[in-house]
Design a protein around this ligand. Structure first.
Ligand SMILES: [Zn+2]
Length: 94
């Protein structure tokens, strides 16, 4: 069942990707990759979950029932996010 939903999301994304490419060509903008679009979606999902978690005092990680600690996450996941952010900073070299 979950696979069916994912497939639907993927198909919708492909449709959106094609429309986006067309629009960009018309406006003479650099094309985006399907990966970019996927990444944008993930970030948007994450933002939405974080906002929701802050509102209800929970954690933005799906399936986590812990209480809100900071920035939309529980104490455990907030620590994890900090570690990931630090690792990304090192990888990007900033
Ligand atoms: Zn959590």
């Amino acid at each position: 069942m979950a696979t069916g939903t994912q497939e639907l999301v993927r198909r919708k994304r492909i449709k959106r990707f094609k429309a986006e490419q067309k629009a960009r060509r018309r406006k003479d903008l650099a094309p985006i990759t399907f990966r970019d679009l996927e990444q944008q979606d993930l970030e948007r999902d994450e933002d939405r979950r974080v906002r929701e978690a802050r509102k209800v005092g929970g954690c933005a990680v799906p399936g986590c029932e812990a209480r809100h600690h900071a920035k939309g996450y529980c104490a455990k996941h907030y620590q994890r996010m900090k570690r990931i952010a630090a690792a990304q900073t090192i990888t990007l070299g900033h």
